[in-house]
Design a protein around this ligand. Structure first.
Ligand code: AHR
Length: 351
């Protein structure tokens, strides 16, 4: 028996044991390292000079992929800045984290790209990194959401939506609708599902709708809660809202993905939507899926936010390449969709 114990001791603490332990530990460390790297933000690199030929190298930092609208926005930029059109696009998805966007922009600067295009997740906090881009002599084109910077020479131009006007359009539509339904003197209880707090879309839509709402003493905003522009979060938030505010008359949801999530929660709770329903639903974006619901009447109105901004980016870069001047601000065209006109636009909707 003594020799058995001795052999076990040798295996555990001797050379053989050490080898076995190493064989077990190394793969664990390797897998752990790979997993850890998986969570780091990997910024794509520009190609070697020879591969670039005469291409214009553009670093594009997209804030995330939270919504159908975002997917369409990314596609629009990628479809406009192709190799055939003379570009090499270095793309990075920041997964909704501002730090990731700052890191991506710094990486674009160190790669000495020709242009930086970025869709900022929120408005504040960009002065330092944009100053670095300016010092490196790289023009910055801001797209979709806006930046709030001390010195507006830190970016060359901005292309996006008028979010405040979108909020006002929603408010004006509600005024007209209530009048049409002869409910203009009723007490109207409103719930707002907000997008990412501090983003242009959230700030503008909240402000614009609020400007119309204050003109009506009988409109009551019972609560405003963020669901971060995502369907899942909205479903969760809406379930709580329905328990707290069964008297809700109007839902204003600041994007279509949240509206879809909220509708699921309302359906679960047996709430009737559409003509003569329990809740009036107001949404923003007007993606194809949402327009289907507008057509069916389950969303009463959808205020468009236009993601097709790639062609503008291309046009601006071409102007800058030719030494022409560009405007500081380009606002994309946007419409309002209701049951009356949704069908006519559905066929051409690509997103
Ligand atoms: O900034 C545009 C907004 O961001 C869109 O309304 C929304 O769908 C997206 O996530």
């Amino acid at each position: 028996m003594k020799w058995v114990a001795k052999t076990i001791k040798e295996i555990l603490f001797g050379h053989v044991g050490a080898c076995i332990m190493l064989l077990c530990i190394v793969p664990v460390l390797f897998i752990g390292h790979r997993l850890y790297r998986g969570f780091e933000i990997q910024v794509e690199q520009r190609p070697a000079e020879s591969e670039e030929e005469d291409l214009i190298v553009v670093g594009f930092s997209q804030l995330g992929s939270e919504s159908g609208w975002r997917t369409a926005h990314t596609a629009s930029i990628q479809q406009a800045l192709t190799k055939d059109a003379g570009y090499f696009l270095v793309f990075n998805n920041a997964r909704q984290i501002q730090e990731n966007q700052i890191k991506a922009i710094r990486s674009f600067i160190s790669q000495r790209v020709d242009y930086i295009v970025f869709a900022p997740v929120i408005e504040d906090g960009w002065d330092t990194v944009l100053q670095e881009a300016k010092e490196a002599g790289i023009p910055v084109i801001v797209t979709d959401r806006m930046v709030n910077v001390q010195d507006d020479s830190l970016y060359t131009t901005w292309i996006g939506m008028d979010a405040r006007e979108e909020g006002k359009k929603a408010g004006r539509w509600l005024e007209e609708y209530l009048e049409q339904e002869r409910r203009q003197s009723e007490e109207i209880n409103i719930i707002v599902l907000k997008g990412t707090i501090g983003s242009t879309a959230e700030i503008g839509r909240t402000k614009g709708f609020g400007e119309i709402a204050v003109q009506h003493e009988n409109w009551h905003i019972l609560d405003s809660v963020t669901a971060e522009f995502t369907a899942n979060k909205a479903k969760e938030v809406m379930r709580k809202m329905l328990r707290h505010y069964p008297e809700m008359d109007v839902l204003i949801s600041q994007n279509d993905d949240m509206t879809m999530g909220a509708i699921e929660a309302m359906q679960e709770a047996g709430i009737r939507l559409g003509e003569g329903g329990d809740v009036i639903v107001i949404s923003f974006d007007a993606t194809r899926d949402a327009l289907e619901l507008v057509k069916e009447g389950r969303i009463n109105v959808d205020v468009e936010c236009n993601p097709v901004q790639g062609a503008y980016v291309d046009e601006i870069i071409q102007k800058l390449e030719n030494g022409e001047s560009v405007e500081k601000r380009y606002v994309v065209e946007e419409r309002v969709f209701t049951k009356e006109n949704a069908a006519e636009f559905l066929n051409d909707r690509t997103y």
